[in-house]
Design a binder for this molecule. Sequence first.
Ligand code: GLA
Length: 388
Amino acid sequence: MNPFEMLSPAFQETFGTSPTHAFFSPGRINLIGEHTDYNGGHVFPATITLGTYAVVAANHTQTVRLYSNNFPEIGVLTFDLEDLEFRKADSWANYVKGMVKYLKESGHTITEGLDILIEGNIPNASGLSSSASLELLAGVIFEKMAHLTVARLDLVKLGKRVENEFFGLNSGIMDQFAVGMGEKGFALLLDTNTLEYEKVPVALGENVIVIMNTKKRRELVDSKYNERLSECQEALALLQTKANIQSLGDLSTTAFESIKDVLPNETLVKRARHAVTENERTLVAAEKLKTGDLASFGQLMNQSHISLRDDYEVSGMELDALVEAAWQQDGVLGARMTGAGFGGCAIAIVEKEKTEQFIREVGAAYEAAVGYPGEFYVAEIGDGATEL
Ligand code: GLA
């Protein structure tokens, strides 16, 4: 879409002027490597063409004014550049405020307010990282409008700080990294321990990636997410008494199997085993994608889902219904949940010419299982956050 054409009328109506700049920040899918990013493991995300658009103008005051076409009922939100405390009532503006706060704290000067109107097409609460999309959107907006030079990796880390410190969610770096560094046609194989990464072409031949949305609200996600994190930390501390490791990502499956008896219960064994095996699967899967062995790549996606379902226990009946229905279909190379889980989205690699049939069949099976319809989109791998 042309954001100026699309969003200028609303901008004009809301703020009484015309926007001067336009920006876009994507959502992401993760091909494989789930719940490994806070365990020092590897992830393999890619940015999609669904995302958040913004049109912007300087307003020559000290106030930032924000409006989202997605939340007209919330109206205009404002905050002062000299008062950057988190306030619940400020709703989604906190993502923008948090970015401004940490940009300023890291030494950047931001003195001029902006009028910002946004519109996103990432389905709401779908686990496709609408929050990281918004954080990096705010990052590139202020970088441009306040004439800052910020290394992209620093912007990524500030986005993560907004989640961790501003919102108190202990998430890893995958989402912000993907949204900030993503590139059309590529997935990023990221070592979350060193932050070294490699771009791998998402060359799927005659296949496409279908995103399958459970449309289930992800109510438990924050508390369960933090619970998994502490289970992994507890397991790591015990495993460290037996092996010289910094994170679960340092362990091979074989090494883990030989020392796992130090863990006092089956729950900790399962959580740590997922982190270890998922990290190994991710490395193998990236190799398979590079060599064009899509069949093996798909198998590894399936194994990833099984591990997330049985060992990590973050899928839930809706995600399982979608993925298990996908596995039954003709022309499917692999399918798994993507993102934090407990609802949100799954992905499948499907033969292009079977896509319609796939969506019809999985859609019907899903609705029969849960009583309401899911949603399906063919994913395109697009660019990271940028001025347009
Ligand atoms: C969420 C978090 C990420 C990552 C995934 C699970 O998306 O924001 O950091 O942990 O869950 O892989």
